[in-house]
Design a protein around this ligand. Structure first.
Ligand code: ARG
Length: 270
């Protein structure tokens, strides 16, 4: 496997003007451990600078709504393929207020917006990541498995359902990261046995150790051979370098307090 130069070079981000911790909806979030918001802003700007200036990505910006503290995690906005945008239907009411803002952005960009069937939860790229033309899809913690059929039918793509079994890795993008059209990095402990078999039989794999998986190593933004990822993952960086990638480590401490990091802050805009 080698890093591929061609690929997505556009992303959507949301500057953290109202980022905060106002509720607890995953095991990382504790009301008594709230983020330092000015440090969070610095970390976000460093990620933005890394993506835009160092990696050369085009970054679209969306304004954060005051009543949506987690809206900075644009990966959850939806999933874009061609001119279709599959809009998120969040599991928790606390995040459902973000949906109209993401819808408005998709519509303004001219996408055909589709929503999941009634009662079917879907959290965008948080749980749905393309590996080449195959869609790797997580379920159980946030997105429902019914969203997988809906994505497969709406987009006409092969979808692999992967069950997440550990609350700490509650979104697929916290424990699996597509590196090329046929290779993923992943943390096996986040998946049930069947999902591990599916991953290993469909893709070439790079395993991430638990220590670095807990630092959200897999929550990396892969743009061709350039990868922006949370700092504190030296082993993963070394493996990536051996494969021809250039890792860019960014401190994400204030976003980890909400259970997010580099990839969560970024929606791929193909
Ligand atoms: N606090 C947010 C939540 O629990 C974090 C979302 C992280 N996003 C992601 N794509 N993993 O929903």
């Amino acid at each position: 496997m080698t890093a591929s130069p061609e690929t997505v070079r556009k992303v959507l981000m949301c500057p953290p003007i109202h980022y905060d911790l106002k509720y607890e909806i995953n095991p990382w979030m504790h009301l008594e451990n709230s983020p330092d918001t000015s440090l969070a802003a610095k970390q976000w700007h460093t990620l933005h600078q890394t993506l835009a200036d160092e990696i050369g990505a085009e970054v679209f910006l969306l304004e954060q709504a005051a009543d949506c503290p987690d809206m900075v995690f644009t990966a959850n906005a939806g999933l874009i393929r061609g001119n279709t945008a599959l809009l998120a239907s969040f599991r928790h009411p606390q995040r459902q207020t973000e949906e109209p803002h993401f819808r408005a952005w998709f519509e303004a960009r001219g996408y055909q917006v589709q929503t999941a069937p009634e009662g079917c939860r879907f959290e965008g790229e948080g749980d749905a990541l393309f590996v080449g033309d195959t869609l790797a899809a997580g379920y159980l913690k946030r997105s429902d498995i019914c969203s997988h059929n809906w994505m497969a039918n709406t987009l006409g793509v092969e979808t692999l359902s992967l069950e997440l079994v550990d609350d700490r890795w509650y979104h697929l993008d916290t424990c699996l990261c597509p590196l090329t059209a046929d290779t993923v990095a992943y943390y096996p402990g986040a998946f049930d046995e069947y999902a591990r078999t599916v991953i290993a039989s469909h893709f070439k794999t790079l395993e991430v150790c638990e220590e670095e998986a807990l630092r959200f190593a897999c929550n990396a933004v892969v743009l061709g051979s350039q990868i922006a990822l949370p700092s504190g993952c030296p082993r993963f960086c070394e493996e990536l370098q051996k494969l021809g990638f250039t890792p860019h480590s960014v401190e994400m401490s204030e976003f980890l307090k909400a259970g997010g990091a580099a990839k969560c802050l970024t929606l791929l805009v193909p």
